[in-house]
Ligand binder design. Structure first.
Ligand SMILES: NC(=O)c1ccc[n+]([C@@H]2O[C@H](COP(=O)([O-])OP(=O)(O)OC[C@H]3O[C@@H](n4cnc5c(N)ncnc54)[C@H](O)[C@@H]3O)[C@@H](O)[C@H]2O)c1
Length: 371
């Protein structure tokens, strides 16, 4: 998929939200391809360690701009200093549960933030943007697997903001300029990115208000930062009663962004939407059992009733991204679980151990949150 000419590219990519989980993997991938990359981030949930790791001497260093997307002045300075040709926009708030508690913050950050970023693109005459959307925009599936034509029916303020962002991008990409340059936008609807690149292997942030992703939570349990993994719902219509999701390795997700940059360079459609998943559904319990088998360690489980808003089954039809961009997920669930196990700094809990898994250290968190 990545042609050699990408390596000699004049592309300058600004990764907004590049200190975060997915953004740091995207930055690393683009950096490894030899592209000029910069990170703009306010470090609210992003990791300073990731920024430091990406700036290791001997590599082509990404510049770092401490920038808040809610500050147009800061954005303008960042764009003027770096002069990007493409922007990857991942910054924002991402927790479904939290979005019910404070929807205004989600509209401000996600939609207001994107508006400011688009104004900065216009001011800097940067014409290309790749945007991180979410499978959450589909809501309850009417059929499976979910393709990009599936009707959207957001079920949370978080998902509503993602859909509003997509509409903004559709409108923005319709604009042309006097010099006949056209705006181009690619929307990527991520399913469930998991795993890590060993180079960016840091302990995930634990925050009482936020629901960690499944991989982070397994890692927390395996490393004894949490006593047990909470699974919500055991009576769904799936093989083992737990929710079924489409887990895709974050390194594969990162590689898709490079594909998008090349795709936009070829002058294809001005506005496109792609699903990014593995194209396979795996239940949460199956994921945990695979981790246990691969690592030979046991994950104590704590089962709770279904949680409001969680859908039973969701997985992606990825034929469009395959066909149009040549992107293919390379890492299977076993390899994803391997990358999680490799991160644990201390000995894991042996599979045979009898662990009392009653209390969790903090509650609630979402093993199966559709983000
Ligand atoms: N992780 C997932 O499972 C998942 C699934 C679907 C979609 N997404 C979307 O992908 C994007 C990235 O997700 P992630 O998991 O890497 O999240 P993350 O929280 O790790 O990364 C978000 C980054 O944006 C930065 N940021 C937040 N608000 C900002 C602001 N106002 N100004 C500047 N920087 C700001 C944070 O510091 C962080 O570095 C999000 O938009 C999320 O909605 C994530």
């Amino acid at each position: 998929m990545i042609r050699p000419r990408m390596r000699r590219s004049k592309e300058r990519v600004l990764v907004v939200g590049g200190a975060g989980y997915i953004g740091s993997h995207v930055t690393l991938h683009l950096q490894r391809m030899g592209l000029a990359v910069a990170v703009a981030d306010n470090l609210s949930t992003g990791r300073a360690e990731a920024v430091a790791a990406l700036q290791q001497p001997g590599k082509r260093e990404p510049s770092f701009f401490l920038t808040d997307v809610l500050s147009p002045a800061r954005l303008e300075k960042t764009f003027a200093a770096f002069k990007p040709t493409t922007v990857v926009h991942l910054a924002g708030l991402k927790h479904v549960g939290q979005s019910f508690k404070d929807p205004d913050a989600y509209w401000r950050s996600n939609v207001g933030g994107l508006k400011n970023v688009l104004d900065a693109l216009d001011a800097a005459e940067c014409r290309r943007i790749i945007f991180s959307s979410s499978a959450a925009v589909y809501g309850e599936p009417r059929y499976l697997p979910l393709d990009e034509d599936h009707p959207t029916a957001p079920q949370s303020p978080y998902a509503e903001t993602k859909l509003a962002c997509e509409a903004l991008l559709r409108e923005w990409s319709g604009r042309s300029f006097e010099n006949r340059q056209e705006n181009r936008a690619v929307v990527l609807r991520y399913f469930n990115p998991v795993g890590y690149d060993p180079y960016l292997a840091f302990a995930p942030h634990i925050h009482e208000e936020r629901a960690p992703a499944l991989a982070d939570a397994i890692l927390d349990v395996a490393c004894r930062r949490l006593l047990a993994l909470t699974i919500f719902g055991t009576d769904y219509q799936t093989e083992d009663g737990t929710c079924l999701r489409d887990f895709v390795h974050v390194a594969d997700v990162a590689a898709a962004h490079a594909g998008c940059i090349e795709f936009m360079g070829r002058g294809r459609d001005r506005f496109s939407i792609y699903n990014l998943g593995s194209g396979r559904g795996v239940t949460v319990l199956n994921f945990v059992r695979t981790f246990e088998r691969i690592s030979n360690f046991r994950v104590p489980l704590h089962f709770l009733p279904r949680r409001k808003g969680d859908i039973a089954r969701s997985w992606a039809d990825i034929s469009k991204v395959r066909r149009e961009m040549g992107w293919e997920p390379k890492l299977q669930i076993e390899e994803i679980c391997q990358t999680i196990g490799q991160l644990c700094p201390e000995p894991l809990i042996p599979r045979s151990a009898n662990v009392d898994c009653q209390p969790t250290i903090w509650q609630p968190w979402g093993a199966v949150n559709a983000q």
